[in-house]
Design a protein around this ligand. Structure first.
Ligand code: NAD
Ligand code: GLY
Length: 356
């Protein structure tokens, strides 16, 4: 098992990465915290795959343990689902020493984190991410949220978990498109801060796509370490944390303009990263080799790289609704070379239009 730490003063916590950790979550939690009761929150499909193995180990610590199911999908990330969870927690007499366990992907992690942040003004929670995206991104860093009809992740809080338990074995049951979507985020970490990670991905595509354990451990640990370092520097995204959004500015526009139904998040991010790299090149920030290498790697990993046909004006309009846009100024993350990026605080529309 690998142990990474994220240093945020009194909100510090460990990220544990290894095989079979789902069966040891109780004993791992006991080392840092002794809850009054445990409530695992998950989707029905994940419950049938892993629910029993996870709860058994909490029960083995002598803790009263319950499991609550939430329907699959982004549509569960809303205030009415959060309210149903508050009702359940009150029925179970959960108090401030109860711990919530988010067992699932980013939908479960964001929803449970939000409920933990707000129930009785905040109770502890742990992340047990089961998708590649949630293992390398959403479970680390404390962004929690639900969606509003007017926009994704519009209601939320920065609220850190007490522990993150990443069991690499759970990736074996993940659908392959979800797995590839997570790889897009790992490519992002290479682009924004680690040229050697990027080169490793370029030279180990076959092993990665066949879920080779050594390769997976390496790329997941490296990604979590990069994310932890960024969050340590700028927990509440005052500026620097925005680098994690490389490719996401256009990615979010693609998702929103295609009604969140044509592409999953990582696919949209892959397309967004290629355009962002092309934009960086067209503005003279990087050589032509950068977008070429990025596009080639994403293709090898089975990710889409060509943006769908969208009205340029609608794309620009959508960028003004991005949470990073302030004072009507579009912020954009550009790449200078693989492993190094630049945050542009006021990107001219005309430059973006050139690559749309
Ligand atoms: P998801 O949580 O919807 O999971 C995708 C699907 O995979 C679901 O149907 C789920 O039931 C299934 N699944 C999960 N683990 C499985 C497993 N091991 N085996 C079989 N099936 C499994 O999708 P996601 O991509 O993990 O998360 C997307 C969400 O994450 C979005 O809501 C996004 O806004 C959020 N997000 C948050 C952050 C953050 O920093 N908080 C960062 C990125 C994304
Ligand atoms: N997923 C981007 C962030 O956590 O800031």
């Amino acid at each position: 098992m690998q142990r990474l730490s994220i240093d945020l003063g009194e909100r510090s916590y460990d990220i544990l990465i290894g095989r079979g950790l789902r069966k040891r979550a109780g004993e791992l939690l006991k080392a840092t915290f002794d809850p009054s009761r445990v409530v695992v929150i998950t989707h029905p499909s994940i419950n049938s795959l892993y629910g029993e193995e996870v709860t058994e180990n909490f029960v083995a610590q002598g803790w009263e343990t319950d499991i609550i199911e939430v329907p699959e999908g982004e549509s569960s990330k809303n205030l009415s689902q959060a309210e149903k969870l508050y009702d359940h927690l009150l029925e179970l007499n959960c108090d401030r020493k109860s711990v919530l366990v988010a067992l699932g992907g980013g939908v479960i992690g964001d929803l449970v984190g939000f409920v933990a942040a707000t129930y009785q003004r905040g109770i502890p929670f742990i992340q047990m991410p089961t998708t590649l995206l949630s293992q390398v991104d959403s479970s680390v860093g404390g962004k929690t949220a639900v969606n509003h009809p007017k926009g994704k992740n519009m209601i939320g809080a920065f609220y850190q978990p007490r522990l993150v338990v990443v069991d690499l074995e759970t990736l074996r049951t993940l659908p392959s498109n979800e797995y590839r979507a997570g790889l897009a985020e790992i490519v992002k970490y290479g682009v924004i801060s680690d040229a050697s990670l990027f080169e490793f991905l370029e030279t180990h595509c076959k092993e990665i796509l066949s879920l080779d354990h050594e390769c997976l451990s390496h790329i997941i640990e490296t990604s979590c370490a990069i994310k932890a370092a960024v969050v340590e520097k700028d927990e509440r995204e005052s500026h620097y944390r925005m680098i994690l959004n490389f490719g996401h500015t256009l990615g979010h526009a693609i998702e929103s303009l295609t009604g969140y139904s044509s592409f999953i998040h990582g696919e949209a991010v892959a397309m967004g990263m290629v355009r962002a790299a092309k934009l960086s090149h067209s503005m003279g920030k990087c050589s032509e080799e950068v977008p070429m290498r990025l596009e080639a790697l994403l293709k090898k990993l089975g990710l889409p790289v060509e943006m769908p046909k969208l009205e340029s004006s609608a794309v620009i309009e959508s960028l003004y609704h991005d949470k990073k846009t302030m004072d009507h100024k579009i912020k954009f993350i550009l790449v200078k070379e693989i492993g190094s990026i630049e945050i542009v605080d006021h990107m001219p529309e005309a430059e973006i239009l050139k690559v749309l």
